[in-house]
Design a protein around this ligand. Sequence first.
Ligand code: NAD
Length: 298
Amino acid sequence: MTQIAFIGLGHMGLPMARNLLRAGFTLKVFDLVQAAMDELTKEGAHAADSAADAVQDADVVISMLPASRHVEGLYLGDSLGNHGLFKILKPGTLILECSTIAPESARKVHKAAAEHGLELLDAPVSGGTAGAAAGTLTFMIGGQASTLEKARPLFAVMGSNIFHAGPDGAGQVAKVCNNQVLAVQMIATAEAMALGVANGLEPAVLAEIMRQSSGGNWTLEKYNPWPGVMENAPASRDYSGGFMAELMAKDLGLAQEAAQHSGNSTPMGALALQLYRLLLKQGKGKQDFSVVQQLFVE
Ligand code: NAD
């Protein structure tokens, strides 16, 4: 029986872990927030006292943390005295690192994992909280193809599209490119919704026309930023849940770093980052990223 340690039970990690539990895997879970663990112990998971406790006897470790510093702290250790899990994992342990982090950080963690005889994949996801709950996430995977084949049955429980993006860190490169497109589409949709409504259109009518026309995009299909247009979108619950604006700002920053590294011109991504920073300054960083709608309405 595969023993899985799942670390990081936030908006995404919790529903991903739940799908593994429902598929019959044995899970030991850890999050800094006790309430998140309580949700899953009700459904049969074992709660750990620490990340180190969670990985005792683990064959597989899955992490879903906010950013690079959390991932490096977890696996490599930090200045707070945490030793890092790589020192205690048994050789051959499979690690699926699903957070969105800097490609450079992913490569650093890959290198350290290999030095400890561990098999790691960087496997960021797309599909939002709805995709996490439905088990239909897209995984963008960096690392060895042979490791991906070992992990495929686990990815298949949590997602429906499993892409091998390339070598170590490639999953993260794909992810930052994708999220730059997503941010630009969200901003463009929010701007157009505000323009149409200010000029007398019903929001739902405009949304449907654009969705079925050449302006159609993922945000119009699944995640309209105008409150009330889509019952299940974060905009219709005061921009709660979903994907926090501060995480989108992080991803846009990672895209800019990658562009700096390769010398690419990314003006749309740069502007999107500036608009998300503005939202953060307005205290909206914890709200869903579709809250960018509010920049365009009075
Ligand atoms: P979140 O902030 O809701 O969850 C992160 C969780 O990690 C929190 O519960 C936090 O308590 C926990 N955590 C932080 N440090 C920890 C540690 N050292 N040990 C144990 N737990 C720790 O974030 P999220 O929305 O679930 O996103 C997670 C990752 O997935 C991010 O990298 C994000 O960019 C990415 N992502 C999010 C979405 C989305 O729609 N929310 C979509 C795709 C990718």
